[in-house]
Write a protein that binds this ligand. Sequence first.
Ligand SMILES: Cc1cc2nc3c(=O)[nH]c(=O)nc-3n(C[C@H](O)[C@H](O)[C@H](O)COP(=O)(O)OP(=O)(O)OC[C@H]3O[C@@H](n4cnc5c(N)ncnc54)[C@H](O)[C@@H]3O)c2cc1C
Length: 317
Amino acid sequence: MPLILCCMAIKLSLCFSNLEASLRSLHIQGTFSFDGNEFAARDFGNQIHFLPSAVLHPKKVSDIATTIQHVWQMGSASGLTVAARGHGHSLQGQAQAPQGIVINMESLSGKEMIFDKGTFPFVDVSAGELWINILHECLKHGLAPKSWTDYLHLTVGGTLSNAGISGQAFRHGPQISNVHQLEVVTGKGEVVVCSEEQNADLFHGVLGGLGQFGIITKARIALESAPTAVKWIRVLYSDFSTFARDQELLISAENTFDYIEGLVIINKTGLVNYWRSSFNPQDPTQASRFTSDGKTLFCLELTKNFKPHEADTIDMV
Ligand SMILES: Cc1cc2nc3c(=O)[nH]c(=O)nc-3n(C[C@H](O)[C@H](O)[C@H](O)COP(=O)(O)OP(=O)(O)OC[C@H]3O[C@@H](n4cnc5c(N)ncnc54)[C@H](O)[C@@H]3O)c2cc1C
């Protein structure tokens, strides 16, 4: 048995050196790293750690296409897998490629974002861009994406491969319903533009496709006017039925909030004490109601956009 293991180890190391040599021979503008790739074996779950053989740091979309064409030509017998990695904030090794090739999409970020400020505004962005950067750039134009995630240090390609859900989804749908067009590198290494009208199967496969139907390299994101002011409210409930009834009422009402999200909280961590600062300090009765350590609470987080001249009436609204 040790002999077999030893042979396997020699065979694997020969494969790696062949792979390294063949990847080094590719004409690309970015780089491959073969050492120091531990970051590509980590994710937010921190449970699964598969080291890839190589990480591609692309400078151009053509670097990704060239690499995937090369893997395609090696054929399925190579057993080589390829995974795109955004910000690595998924779980269970989703963005990892055991002994394969990880594509570090963030090295494609920082490219110019191209705005169309017409009747239906949009922005064209690199899929390796973080949503937080897109927000900052959009605000310079008085615009903002319609649909968000709660946390914004995630890449466009990463959230579009899942769904991208937050408190705007009840109104606009998740992020994958607010994309007009994608540029995708397919499993054969072709660069294809797709939308509802053009290569629709690829478009719908890639959106929410967990990185299994191609590598998203660019996305056209739907925008709207950014609000100038926002009223933010948290409402705590101890009774689930009341919480759920209120949430259903609010998401189905016509004139309602702009953001509605429901949360379940186990009040073990002093979270509610911390949140108490968001209650009106002139209302001590309200602020002291939730001395509920260890209990399950339910929270509605709500926002309403308003214009500066509506500031006096927004509380009543
Ligand atoms: C603190 C935190 C808060 C979160 N909040 C929310 C939230 O409010 N709403 C929500 O919907 N989700 C939320 N998530 C989940 C998060 O949106 C997903 O895990 C998302 O995939 C992470 O994006 P990423 O850039 O880190 O992608 P990665 O983890 O790097 O990749 C995730 C998957 O997408 C694939 N992928 C990455 N880039 C591309 C690409 N360009 N083309 C094709 N496939 C690609 C990967 O191969 C992998 O399968 C949260 C996660 C964390 C850690």
